[in-house]
Design a protein around this ligand. Structure first.
Ligand code: CU
Length: 157
């Protein structure tokens, strides 16, 4: 009897630790961090964006679309080296396993953002919606940043 009561109290406390979301319609199971858009010359109409998508829930999540009021279209791409040549392929969706994460990064998964409604430069912020197959969305603000040249990504400290 005494044990049951103790367990009940522990469960009550645990339910209070659940994180609270700033957005009412945001998925609490999903956290998106480190999002950024790579700055490009104003003549370029296609930009790339990166982020880390974490799935804290105990079931897989499927990212089915990404959208932004700033761009006409956003596609999910996967970059691969094919015979030494960088190629990228559009992906219809992206699965994030339970309690796992996927990192969108240069040379791997990334977002392609088409036709910005204004010239974007480093320091600007853009709203991006990540939409999942369960009907939920995560809305984040991604800063535009200067791209660090690939040559300096490694072995420089
Ligand atoms: Cu691409």
């Amino acid at each position: 009897m005494r044990n049951n009561k103790l367990i009940f109290i522990i469960l009550l406390s645990l339910s209070n630790i659940a994180p609270h979301s700033a957005f009412a319609n945001e998925v609490q199971d999903i956290t998106i961090t480190g999002a950024w858009i790579s700055e490009a010359p104003p003549t370029v109409s296609t930009l790339a964006a990166y982020a880390k998508i974490m799935n804290q829930s105990n079931e897989k999540k499927i990212l089915t679309s990404v959208s932004s009021p700033t761009f006409t279209r956003i596609e999910l791409h996967l970059s691969k080296l094919v015979d030494g040549m960088a190629q990228m392929k559009k992906q219809d969706s992206l699965m994030i396993e339970a309690e796992n994460y996927i990192e969108l990064s240069p040379g791997a998964y990334h977002l392609m953002l088409f036709n910005p409604d204004r010239p974007l430069k480093a320091g600007d912020n853009v709203i991006i919606h990540f939409n999942f197959s369960d009907g939920s969305s995560s809305i984040i603000e991604a800063p535009v940043k200067k791209r660090i040249s690939d040559a300096h990504n490694h072995h420089h400290h």
